[in-house]
Design a protein around this ligand. Sequence first.
Ligand SMILES: Cc1cc2nc3c(=O)[nH]c(=O)nc-3n(C[C@H](O)[C@H](O)[C@H](O)COP(=O)(O)O)c2cc1C
Length: 374
Amino acid sequence: MWQLAAKLTSRLPAELAHNLTIQALRLGLAPVASKLLLPTKIAGMAFENPVGLAAGFDKNAEAYVGAFRLGFGCVEVGTITPLPQMGNPRPRVFRLTADDAVINRYGFNSKGMRVAAAHLSSRSAKHGILGVNIGANKLSQDKAADYHKSAAHLSRFADYLTVNLSSPNTPGLRDLQHEEGLRACLQAAFDGRDEAGGPKAGRPPIFVKLAPDLDAVELFRSMDIALDCGISGFILTNTTTSRPASLFSALKDEAGGLSGQPLTSLALQKIAEAAKHLRGSGQPAALIGVGGIGSAEQAYARLLAGADLVQLYTALALQGPLMVADLLAGLRAMMKADGLSTIADVKQAGLSAKQAVRHASHVAIESAKLHSDN
Ligand SMILES: Cc1cc2nc3c(=O)[nH]c(=O)nc-3n(C[C@H](O)[C@H](O)[C@H](O)COP(=O)(O)O)c2cc1C
């Protein structure tokens, strides 16, 4: 029934389908996955499993309870801006079905931090780890000040905060991933969080979300600055502005950020580079792998390359809500086939991107064989 509903909504315009899905989740009209435990701990937070819902799905923190019920160990709401704003004119999101991809140029359509805070304040039970992703208003003259405002207003509702500097749809935002801009935005978020108060030990860790379009030198430089500011983790990656030659959908030249399968290898490459850099520098920070993860095999490869957790969005939109539980079951089977019992053991492998893909593909075949023999 749920897959049928997903099929029906896939015939609707993408934004309408998304809005209907948010309402369905909000009203509890969605499947409830049985709990699958693959516990892991990062930045002082205990996750029931390492698969999270990426930012952009629940922009106004309306549907996170329903999203947790799909089986996610973590839901990241947002991006939330301080003031409400409409975002770009429609149409602004496009399915590239033949490429298993999406292009979006929403441009932070957000009801603003006050509305999000009202939704978050009614969080009664802890269903999992809740991340709050914050961004700047398009017309803001002082973008760093926006991160200060949102961190101050929202940190008490968050298990962690994400400073999003990598949306390609807010002019100038990606420039803040470098040098003084980066330092200023991160410092502002830390100051906002600390001014919000609460016991020091209870203040949420802060992550930064970066673009896949940074080259290795830029990525390492940004990571070093962020670590110097006290960042606890890196979310790699946001959507890409690049257009791989392999795309063949008619909509491939729409402006915006590309997500889904064509992003897989680029985002994996960034995780492998970041993991190597952290190993080399000896700095402890979490790595959250996002971008083109649509199967257990792809999630496993991301963990083998050094991610502590993974997140996804596009695959959920294109495959439907049952994919979360399927992916988790597949991931557990692959770990079992490899004789690994914890997510930390998987990350320990520290494979290169190429090795991770090769190994995950081999294990996927072996665990599928095992499954069919049983
Ligand atoms: C329609 C859409 C809207 C998005 N909006 C946001 C956003 O508001 N903030 C953000 O940090 N990332 C946003 N993203 C990026 C995703 O969180 C994710 O980083 C990216 O899509 C790659 O993952 P995926 O291939 O699993 O979708 C959005 C992605 C999509 C497809």
